[in-house]
Design a protein around this ligand. Structure first.
Ligand code: GDP
Ligand code: MN
Length: 399
């Protein structure tokens, strides 16, 4: 589950990680109230207005702006709330901004000693350990640092059993070129950041930038936090942080229907049972020269109701030009699945105007093929896996 910056920062703060303070707002009036409260609490008179969307690169897209007065807070919030923010990490149509974070300006005017670092904590699947990744070259261009000067990005694997040691944290502060009080503050920052990652059951923390101010404060200025979905059962308080508006609406609907669906960019809709078979089907479509429009595992019960729901969800994607049904009938017999497919098709005949390629293998597959072939509907049946994928290409190129 991905979180907004303001939610991520709240979690960091709850574990004692020092952050750039801020208050979230949904309209310009709330933004003004937030700025006034922030002024009172922190003494700041300059603010930074930050679009809250699930995408990075907001600064580059005009979603992060400094306001030097309460009037400017109102004006800039008015601009940003409701805009479609396009960043290097969104699609061309961008993401609608529903909220802004009004934060204290921590880049003190004229502070030439401000340093921006990069720091993330994540799981290193290769070593089965947690990993802290960090760099002196933080800020908005970390991607080009990774590409052009990868030696400036350090990593350290942390044993999940013993956790982060003081020595390891010191080495990070050393490598960031810090000494004196700033060094101590950074050690404390890293220790509490790692603890927060661990206790919140997150799978990613990306803090870019972490800054050092001239008075040696270490602050998280940005926060990308991803909570491990599998841990949510023990974090009931995090469940309410989910913002459904940021999620793909088709995926949300599929989830409600109990279907395991992931939206993709291609034009071949896939309906498959079993995650492994679904992956293999996508690979085969690719090999045959096509491009899958989705990953969809309909699960064990491929009855007509479920098949119809799956068809309807696949068809919501306007890019879909053909559908490949690839189902292995073991316990659920192929003839039953075939009847389900035919019934579903008949039910929604007016809504389907693209070809459907059906491959059913397993128990009673011969009978199933007959049912499909004699239905008189716009089906193409196949028995072999590769044959089915080739058929998809053939149908697409003849249309
Ligand atoms: P991102 O572009 O989505 O990664 O959003 P960030 O939260 O990282 O903000 C982008 C950039 O805005 C940062 O790298 C900073 O350079 C700048 N920024 C963030 N907070 C402040 C602030 O308090 N004052 C000033 N002057 N700039 C800030
Ligand atoms: Mn950032």
């Amino acid at each position: 589950m991905n979180l907004h910056e303001y939610q991520g920062k709240e979690i960091l703060n709850s574990f004692g990680v020092t952050i750039q303070r801020g208050i979230v707002a949904s309209d310009p009036e709330e933004a003004v109230m937030a700025a006034k409260k922030l002024s009172k609490d922190t003494g700041t008179s300059w603010f930074v207005i930050k679009a809250q969307v699930h995408a990075g690169g907001r600064g580059k897209g005009g979603g992060v702006k400094v306001a030097k007065s309460i009037d400017e807070v109102k004006e800039i919030s008015n601009q940003i709330i409701g805009m479609n923010l396009v960043t290097p990490q969104t699609s061309a149509s961008g993401k609608k901004v529903h909220q802004v974070l009004i934060a204290e300006d921590v880049y003190y005017p004229g502070d030439s000693e401000i340093q921006e670092f990069y720091m993330s904590v994540l799981l290193n699947r290769k070593t089965s350990k947690n990993m802290i990744m960090y760099s002196t070259e933080g800020g908005v261009d970390i991607e080009s640092v990774a590409e052009n000067t990868p030696h400036l990005i350090h990593t350290v694997d942390i044993d999940p059993e013993s956790g982060l040691s003081n020595e390891e944290a010191c080495k990070i502060a050393d490598n960031l070129g810090l000494n004196g009080n700033a060094h101590n503050q950074m050690v404390e920052f890293v220790m509490s950041l790692y603890n927060a990652y661990n206790k919140s059951d997150s799978s990613l923390f990306e803090i870019n930038p972490v800054i050092k101010t001239s008075d040696d404060k270490i602050l998280a200025v940005d926060a990308k936090v991803t909570i491990d979905d599998n841990s949510l059962f023990r974090h009931e308080d995090y469940l309410k942080l989910r913002d459904i508006r940021e999620e793909n609406p088709i995926e949300v609907e599929a989830k409600k229907a109990g279907l395991n669906y992931v939206d993709l960019d291609g034009n071949v809709g896939c309906m498959v049972n079993g995650a492994g078979l679904a992956m293999a089907t996508m690979d085969l479509i690719k090999q045959a020269g096509g491009d899958p429009a989705n990953f969809l595992d309909v699960g064990g019960t491929a009855d007509s109701e479920r098949v119809e729901t799956a068809f309807r969800i696949i068809l919501k994607d306007p890019n879909v030009k053909a559908i490949l049904v690839n189902i292995f009938g073991g316990i659920v017999r192929c003839d039953r699945v075939a009847n389900g497919i035919v019934d579903a098709y008949k039910n929604m005949k007016d809504d389907i105007n693209i070809p459907i390629i059906v491959r059913l293998q397993g128990t009673n597959s011969e009978i199933a093929k007959q049912i499909i072939d004699s239905s008189g509907l716009n089906f193409f049946s196949a028995t072999e896996f590769k044959g089915a994928a080739d058929k998809v290409q053939e149908v697409l190129s003849s249309n």
